[in-house]
Design a protein around this ligand. Structure first.
Ligand code: UDB
Ligand code: ZN
Length: 194
């Protein structure tokens, strides 16, 4: 089981190195890593388990963050409307095209590998297309997928794919940005009832 102590932090050389492309088919150890990465995210978002294990509630994790320098990511989040769940274990993901328009998280980003408070905005593409191999642990299958995502999910994917290229969000900070921020539905609802 993965814990916060297994997550390497800013300054570790693996976080600034380019991750290696993964050869398919995956060996059992690499599959197990993917399974544990997703389990970490699920545990971290369960209030009881997360607190007991001392996990920060994670929406994404890249293999280099657990010191495995391979091109693999796990994403476990809904979109900003809370409508669609994205539970993805991806191998060799690549952004094959993107919008010109940018977006950003209005509160800035954080990272499981960054322990300090960081101010500033991170420019992200508003829409991306990602090609990858998806691992389906239930059936132990792989399939080629092409994802078209926008807004929050696109930000999470860009943040994780950056980790595969040795890039942290703190390397990309700006003060001002000519773009529309992502708006979360639950934020709008809170404003309405106030
Ligand atoms: C995160 N979590 O997992 F709106 F249920 C961040 C941390 C660094 C704060 C733990 C996060 O944004 N959680 C979250 C947000 C919600 C609702 C909810 C949970 N990451 C992942 C990471 O570091 N991957 O490498 C940072 C995110 C910042 C932008 C995208 C990923
Ligand atoms: Zn991160």
């Amino acid at each position: 089981m993965l814990l916060m102590k297994d997550v390497i932090r800013e300054g570790h050389p693996t976080l600034s190195a380019r991750a290696k492309e993964v050869e398919l088919p995956l060996d059992d150890e690499t599959k197990q890593t993917l399974i544990e990465m997703m389990e970490f995210l699920e545990n971290s978002q369960d209030p009881e388990i997360g607190e007991k294990l001392g996990l920060r509630p994670g929406v994404g994790l890249a293999a280099p963050q657990i010191n495995v320098p391979k091109q693999m990511i796990a994403v476990f989040t809904t979109d900003e409307k809370g409508e669609k769940l994205y539970k993805l274990s991806l191998v060799n993901p690549k952004i094959i095209s993107h919008s010109e328009a940018l977006t950003y998280l209005p509160g800035g980003e954080g990272c499981l590998s960054v322990d300090r408070e960081v101010t500033g905005l991170v420019p992200r593409y508003k829409k991306i297309r990602v090609r990858a191999h998806q691992y389906l642990p239930e059936t132990d299958e792989f399939r080629k997928i092409e994802l078209r995502v926008s807004g929050y999910v696109a930000i999470v994917l860009q943040h994780e794919i950056d980790h595969l290229n040795g890039v942290l969000f703190v390397d990309k900070l700006v003060e001002h940005l000519d773009a529309e921020p992502v708006v979360f539905k639950f934020e709008e609802e809170e404003i309405e009832v106030k």
